[in-house]
Write a protein that binds this ligand. Structure first.
Ligand code: ACO
Length: 434
């Protein structure tokens, strides 16, 4: 980070208010450093939704929304999706470099040794209704990890933070699969260490004590890719939530839970589930026009789920990769003629040709296709956001770790533009209360 120049703020009558440094990163837009603004002028900045605010400095992920570029630690997402496994990407995000063969083996082994959850954690599930949403259970059970793993919680210790990272990466898939098993009333499947990360997760989700799971390499690769594509996305809403929660020095398991809670919303990670619900509501290709009109109608709150993105205003590079995977999975499973998938592809075609969507630069995002792929894998739509959380866990931990290690780190404490009542006195009628 270097200071390239500075900007002088002047009032309407040309009085100099303050001089603010302009900082440059490796690549991407410069930032105006406003840390001294309040001290110099008595004013705050106002930016609801943080559309013009860099909340921190970070060396993990870079996005160029106009050009449709996504880099993890400098590597293009296309190359990582093609050449790496999810666990290699996890190592990269956490450690800053891709692992060599030995480092990868040690990392995989370490994760494998932590996949089981404390047996008493099983009791937590029984407290939930069978029809509870998996994200509701995730918020409760991942939060509960903070009550089980006390031995490595010195957040100032790099070694303890690494142990927490390994535990979360290893245990979140087990918990996600347990959420599914609990909702279907089938027994929890314990992890099997000889399987890969993704095979193990699929087995815990899809096998039963009576029926073994036979991994299909095309489907395993598809789920691995979903996890890679969701692994990180710089300062998105849930990651910023994790950073804010962590900035007070809170327990890391609780911080990740805050991220899970934020991810649940339909404008964020809930979109992949919402895509499937929307397709089920549309029902038939003949009704697509009605829903396109609803999406364009400003008096109707309906939005086309899986379309649009806050940062990508040209194309979402993850969507292109997920689309490719989507076609591979549908072909592998012989589902190309399935009604639901035909409907999704027709909706994509019609929206991409529609003037409203072209003008507003609304393209399918990664969740449009990931919802379809997960549905084809036989995973119920209620589980989709939990699987997104499983992929994003590594991003959340990497950002939490980076923040804790940052010597400039302070508790996150935004200010506000107050618009409530000015100071006033309590009226006499309430004056006698004790
Ligand atoms: N359908 C119809 N119109 C839309 C859509 C949509 N999916 N998305 C945006 N618009 C319109 C808005 O109505 C707005 O129109 P206006 O300028 O006439 O008021 C314009 O496009 C800009 O939309 P904003 O909401 O201002 O854009 P923002 O960047 O705040 O929102 C968001 C991005 C939340 C992703 C939005 O596009 C959306 O709600 N999409 C559907 C939900 C979704 O797919 N979310 C997944 C995001 S990806 C992820 O989390 C991995």
């Amino acid at each position: 980070m270097t200071q390239s120049t500075s900007v002088t703020l002047t009032s309407k009558d040309s009085k100099t208010l303050c001089e603010l440094p302009v900082l440059s990163g490796t690549t991407g837009p410069d930032v105006l450093d406003v840390q001294s603004l309040y001290k110099q002028t008595g004013m705050f900045t106002y930016d609801p939704g943080f559309t013009s605010t860099a909340s921190c400095r970070s060396a993990i992920t870079y996005i160029d929304g106009e050009a449709g570029v996504l880099l993890y630690r400098g590597y293009p997402i296309e190359q990582l999706a093609e050449k790496c496994t999810f666990l290699e990407v996890c190592y990269l995000l956490l450690e800053g470099e891709l692992p060599d063969h030995q480092q990868l083996q040690a990392f995989e082994r370490n994760i494998t040794l932590h996949t089981m959850v404390h047996d008493q954690l099983n009791n937590f599930f029984k407290g939930f209704r069978r029809d509870a949403h998996p994200m509701a259970i995730m918020v409760g059970v991942v939060g509960a990890l903070s009550a089980f793993y006390h031995d490595a919680l010195d957040i100032r210790s790099k070694c303890d933070r690494q142990m927490t990272a390994i535990r979360l990466l290893a245990k979140v898939p087990t918990i996600v699969a347990m959420c599914h098993k609990y909702s279907t009333g089938t027994p929890f499947m314990y992890p099997k260490n000889k399987l890969s990360y993704v095979e193990n997760f699929m087995r815990m989700m899809l096998a039963t004590p009576c029926e073994e799971f036979e991994p299909n390499p095309v489907l395993v690769k598809a789920l691995d890719r979903i996890l890679i594509l969701h692994a990180d996305h710089e300062q998105n809403a849930s990651t910023s939530t994790v950073r804010l929660a962590g900035s007070s020095g809170a327990n890391p398991f609780a911080c990740i839970t805050a991220g899970i809670a934020c991810l649940w919303g339909a404008a964020h990670g809930g979109a992949n589930e919402a895509v499937l619900n929307m397709l089920e509501e549309i029902q038939d290709v003949s009704r697509i026009g009605i829903y396109i009109d609803k999406a364009k109608d400003k008096s109707d709150p309906f939005r086309l789920m899986g379309f649009g993105h806050r940062v990508y205003k040209n194309h979402d590079p993850r969507a292109k990769l997920m689309r490719e995977t989507c076609h591979q999975v549908l072909t592998e499973l012989g589902l190309c003629d399935d009604k639901m998938f035909k409907l999704a592809l027709e909706l994509e075609r019609i929206a991409l040709e529609d003037e409203y969507f072209i003008e507003k630069k609304l393209y399918p995002n990664v969740d449009f296709y990931s919802g379809i792929v997960l549905h084809a894998l036989g995973i119920p739509s209620k589980m989709f956001t939990a699987i997104f959380a499983m992929g994003r866990t590594v991003g959340w931990i990497s950002h939490w770790d980076e923040m804790i290690a940052d010597p400039e780190q302070k508790i996150g404490r935004p200010r506000q533009l107050y618009t409530g009542a000015a100071r006033r006195d309590v009226p006499a009628i309430h004056g006698n209360a004790v």
